[in-house]
Design a protein around this ligand. Structure first.
Ligand code: NAD
Ligand code: DAU
Length: 357
């Protein structure tokens, strides 16, 4: 049997790059990374696997129908794993247009290109093809105390980001119901780990603390998120792609409900151990915590019931929150070059010199 070819959108992002590193090092798959390289795309995150003969990179926009049709016809994938998205809630509040374009229109464009390709397949290849849509627990909205998000929880998105992801989930499900198109959907909780762009809570707090800058907590910091180490998410994605049932949705989460204040306080404690030489004027990292204006429409709580994927597919997370957070802080302390290039914007120049368009 020949190794599978996986067409991965958004592979230069935080989760996509972790997925590709896993696929190249732990599986025989051939990977085609299709990424527009927005501010969130960083090819440096793929430096360790970029020389593999099984890795191919294509800089394209998923909203470009002709490009998607051409690339899919050229690479003839066995599956598409669709991660490309605008992913940051705060940016969706200040500028929602890109979220509508990429998350809704881009998903529609990719679905149509993929469906036309799948229509032309026959026999085993047609039966084995999958379109795996990677989505978020934010589609379910704000969760009351005591409850968990299941795959049956009704959608109630709060932000432009989560509304755009909810719309894309609905499109993907409709393509299955209407055209029998073989889809899988996963909805995951908050990821954290290496190579995370420092606009998101955990990397922002680590880098700010190391620089002696304020640690901005929105509102009272009592909002709850359910944290999952990114490599656990990646293993779940490959597990769902390989063994999930067509048309099904799988929730993925880490059973790590923490308030934002708990997360930031824990990070400060880890930094006290790993980076005791603090910037001038900082007695304790925790003193840098600053309460700022809350995010508009801020969801108070998310928490995933991941029992379906555990029961039906046998996946469960490996990292605890303590072990994952420690690894994450160590990674940020030990990867000056990646951080320096992201902080200065030089990573975008790096991509121009390392990738010949
Ligand atoms: P990210 O912002 O780090 O990466 C997104 C990637 O998509 C970037 O490489 C970017 O260049 C690319 N991209 C954006 N617009 C594009 C377009 N029009 N065409 C092609 N490429 C484009 O995002 P992430 O955190 O890695 O999230 C990946 C996926 O997982 C998203 O769909 C997100 O909704 C979902 N998700 C994320 C989390 C999380 O905690 N980060 C949790 C659950 C689900
Ligand atoms: O739940 C899954 C989602 O998790 C993904 O779908 C999104 O793509 C991903 O960005 C993430 O969304 P959040 O909005 O939860 O992540 P963020 O890191 O932006 O914020 C986490 C929490 O921390 C949230 O309650 C807002 C708060 N926060 C965030 C920042 C950046 C702060 O208090 N201060 C901050 O400076």
């Amino acid at each position: 049997m020949t190794a599978k070819t996986l067409f991965i959108t958004g592979g230069a992002g935080f989760i996509g790059s972790a997925l590709i590193r896993y696929l190249i090092t732990e599986t025989p798959c051939r990977v085609v990374n299709v990424d527009k390289l927005t501010y969130a795309g960083n090819l440096e995150s793929l430096a360790s696997v970029a020389d593999s003969e099984r890795y191919h990179f294509e800089r394209e926009d998923i909203c470009d129908a002709a490009a998607m049709t051409r690339l899919i016809a050229h690479y003839r994938p066995d599956a598409i794993m669709h991660l490309a998205a605008e992913s940051h809630v705060d940016r969706s509040i200040s500028g929602p247009a890109a979220f509508i374009d990429t998350n809704i229109n881009g998903t529609f464009t990719l679905l149509e290109a993929a469906r036309q390709y799948w229509d032309g397949l026959a026999g085993e290849r047609k039966a084995a093809f999958r379109f795996h849509h990677i989505s978020t627990d934010e589609v379910y909205g704000d969760l009351e105390p005591g409850l968990l998000f299941t795959e049956e929880t009704p959608y109630a998105p709060s932000s432009p980001y989560s509304a755009s992801k909810a719309a894309s989930d609905h499109l993907v499900r409709a393509w299955q119901r209407t055209y029998d198109f073989p889809i899988l959907i996963t909805n995951c909780s908050n990821n954290y780990g290496p190579n995370h762009f420092p606009e998101k809570l955990i990397p922002l707090m680590i880098l700010n603390a190391l620089a002696g800058k304020a640690l901005p907590i929105y509102g009272d910091g009592q909002q709850i998120r359910d944290w999952l180490y990114v490599d656990d998410h990646v293993r779940a994605l490959y597990c769902v792609l390989s063994t999930g049932k067509i048309g099904e949705t799988y929730n993925i989460g880490g059973h790590n409900e923490k308030t934002n204040l708990e997360v930031v306080t824990t990070l400060c404690q880890i930094l006290e151990q790993l980076a005791p030489d603090k910037p001038a004027g900082v007695a304790n990292y925790v003193d840098l915590i600053t309460y700022v204006t809350d995010r508009p429409g801020h969801d108070l709580r998310y928490a995933i019931d991941a029992s379906k994927i555990q029961r039906e597919l046998g996946w469960q997370p490996v990292e605890t929150f303590d072990s994952g957070l420690l690894k994450t802080v160590e990674w940020y302390i030990n990867n000056d070059a990646w951080i320096e290039n992201v902080s200065s914007g030089a990573y975008q120049q790096w991509m121009e010199t390392h990738y010949d368009d």
